[in-house]
Design a protein around this ligand. Structure first.
Ligand code: NAP
Length: 257
């Protein structure tokens, strides 16, 4: 099976590194000669990656096509391409809905959307998939936690929720900076903050919906340090402040609602 990527940006690179470097994918992978340094680096690192000059050439030679261009680029790029009924097309493009994709990609029949995140490079992280094409779900199973979604409106909520990624990294970096400000050497602060994040994250991945909601309470000792910080944060409406920007992101992704 040949898989081709239209768009060789950050998320294509993470996905290809996950496929080849982590999951041991050996079938041919075709990529556009875009983001020139990145496409050259991928072809240099992996024997089964080939760079092609033209998008149509890539589509013609691929069984599966991954659309990994930016939302503002997608329509113009797709308009220039001709697909076959037998193509499986996987769109990563945020906000481009299935009905519109089906019209633009006709006569391709098998079309789905997914939201990979950068840790796909290491075979971890959530991968919401809509609709759940079984063969695509099986393929992605080697690259992270596939979350089959059967309602596109919910899928858009997953997409909006991924906008918390930068906040997550900033929170870990902020913790390290704060420790440095108190005199801890930068390397020690960074090692502590990153291991803190990774260690606590391991607890969340083993939790069901109910346990997840209980984790913060389980850290609290009456009169203790965690209780102090959580109570002050709740009083300052720390978490509610994220609601507005997230609602705004969701509205951007659902302009008609
Ligand atoms: N980054 C994430 O974590 C993430 C997660 C989930 C979904 N997504 C979605 O994935 C898509 C790509 O995101 P990204 O972060 O990888 O963006 P990016 O780094 O900006 O990559 C976009 C890629 O598209 C290429 N491109 C532009 N016009 C093209 C054309 N006519 N033909 C072929 N390639 C073309 C660009 O090449 P040049 O550099 O040469 O212009 C670049 O390689 C977006 O729709 C985004 O919503 C991203």
């Amino acid at each position: 099976m040949k898989i081709g990527f239209i768009g060789t940006g950050g998320i294509s690179e993470a996905m290809i590194r996950g496929m080849v470097g982590h999951a041991g994918h050996r079938d041919p992978i075709l990529i556009s000669r875009r983001s020139a340094k990145r496409s050259a680096r991928l072809a240099e690192d992996f024997q089964n990656v080939t760079v092609l000059d033209h998008n149509q050439e890539l589509v013609d030679q691929s069984d599966w096509v991954v659309l990994a261009i930016l939302p503002g680029q997608a329509e113009g790029v797709i308009r220039e391409l001709k697909f076959r009924p037998s193509h499986t097309v996987i769109s990563l493009v945020a906000g481009l809905e299935l009905e519109s994709l089906s019209e633009q990609l006709a006569p391709a029949q098998e079309i789905c959307r997914l939201i990979p995140l950068p840790p796909i490079e290491y075979g971890v992280g959530p991968i919401p998939l809509f609709p759940c094409l079984e063969k695509v779900a099986e393929f992605l199973g080697h690259l992270g936690t596939v979350i089959p979604v059967d309602d596109e409106s919910c899928f858009t909520v997953f997409s909006a929720s991924s906008a918390l990624m930068a906040n997550f990294f900033e929170s870990t970096a902020w913790q390290a900076r704060w420790m440095e400000e108190q005199g801890v050497p930068p390397d020690e602060a960074a090692r502590y903050a990153s291991s803190f994040t990774a260690g606590l994250t391991a607890l969340t991945t083993r939790s069901d919906a109910e346990q997840l909601q209980a984790l913060s309470r389980e850290c609290l000792t009456v009169g203790g340090l965690n209780e102090h910080v959580l109570n002050e944060s709740l009083q300052a409406e720390w978490f509610d402040r994220i609601r507005l920007p997230l609602d705004q992101v969701l509205a951007r992704l659902r302009p008609d609602v």
